[in-house]
Design a protein around this ligand. Structure first.
Ligand code: ZN
Ligand code: ZN
Length: 261
């Protein structure tokens, strides 16, 4: 896998370790041999982009010996079904990592136990696919964060095999056409409800690359020791039969620091 980590959080998100400063993250990334990283801080529905101002100032001060981007992880706005983002993101924040942490039209968050009827669960699932498809069509996203995690909350019986792969196939075709990468996200291993979900997850990236979707890599670190830790996703990539040419790591414009500049 490429030596990059394109999804790292900082102390500014409010739920990461206190030592997750940009400076510390960069030092850690250099130590573990990464060549490129992206800070991708949360922009939720309830926090304003201006909360990232201190992060921008911190970013301005670093002098890295690797390439460092300042991107965001922005949620699709769950109050609307049209795929708009929680907040429009200025084009300087790249990569644009688009994410879903709540079900559309329900505000059911990913960590909540969904004690609803089977029918409602079906509806949530259908809504999710329609919603993220709209989000991919509508926004200039570079990466879709942790695909499949939110719908795993539909219940432990959801496995990434069989019928659900047909739904993903349609969605991945839209991602491919819009140049949105599928994120191999290390944090996902902590989020599934059942071992079956974890064990069948490799089917998603396998299907994505088969359909021509490129892969991005992110630890989704909230602690320093997680930066560049790709234990689980290395395995997933192997199981999925991923090739080096299946990765496409963001290297476009944006707030970026390169060595000696
Ligand atoms: Zn977070
Ligand atoms: Zn994240």
């Amino acid at each position: 896998m490429p030596a990059v980590d394109m999804h790292i959080h900082t102390v500014h998100c409010g739920h990461a370790a206190a030592d997750m400063t940009v400076e510390n993250i960069v030092r850690r990334a250099e130590q573990v041999g990464l060549q490129q990283i992206a800070i991708a801080e949360h922009v939720w529905i309830y926090n304003h982009l201006s909360k990232l101002d201190p992060l921008v100032r911190e970013f301005d001060r670093i002098e890295p010996s690797i390439k460092v981007y300042l991107g965001v992880e922005v949620d699709v706005d769950p109050c609307y079904t049209d795929g708009r983002l929680s907040e429009p993101i200025p084009s300087k924040f790249r990569p644009l990592v688009v994410s879903t942490h709540a079900f559309p039209d329900s505000l059911l968050m990913w960590y909540e136990d969904i004690r609803v009827s089977k029918r409602t669960r079906r509806r949530l699932l259908n809504n999710w696919f329609a919603w993220v498809t709209a989000a991919v069509r509508r926004n200039d996203a570079d990466v879709l964060a942790h695909p499949g995690v939110l719908i795993s909350r539909e219940g432990p019986e959801v496995r990434f095999e069989g019928e659900i792969l047909d739904r993903f196939a349609e969605f991945f075709a839209v991602m491919r056409d819009h140049g949105v990468a599928f994120e191999l996200n290390e944090h996902v291993k902590r989020k599934f409800l059942s071992p079956e979900q974890r064990d069948s997850y490799y089917n998603l990236p396998a299907l994505a690359v088969e359909l021509g979707v490129k892969l991005s890599i992110g630890s989704d670190s909230h602690k320093l020791e997680q930066v560049g830790d790709f234990d689980w996703i290395s395995n997933i990539a192997q199981q999925a039969g991923v090739k080096p040419s299946d990765f496409s790591i963001y290297d476009g414009p944006g707030l970026v620091k390169t060595p000696n500049c």
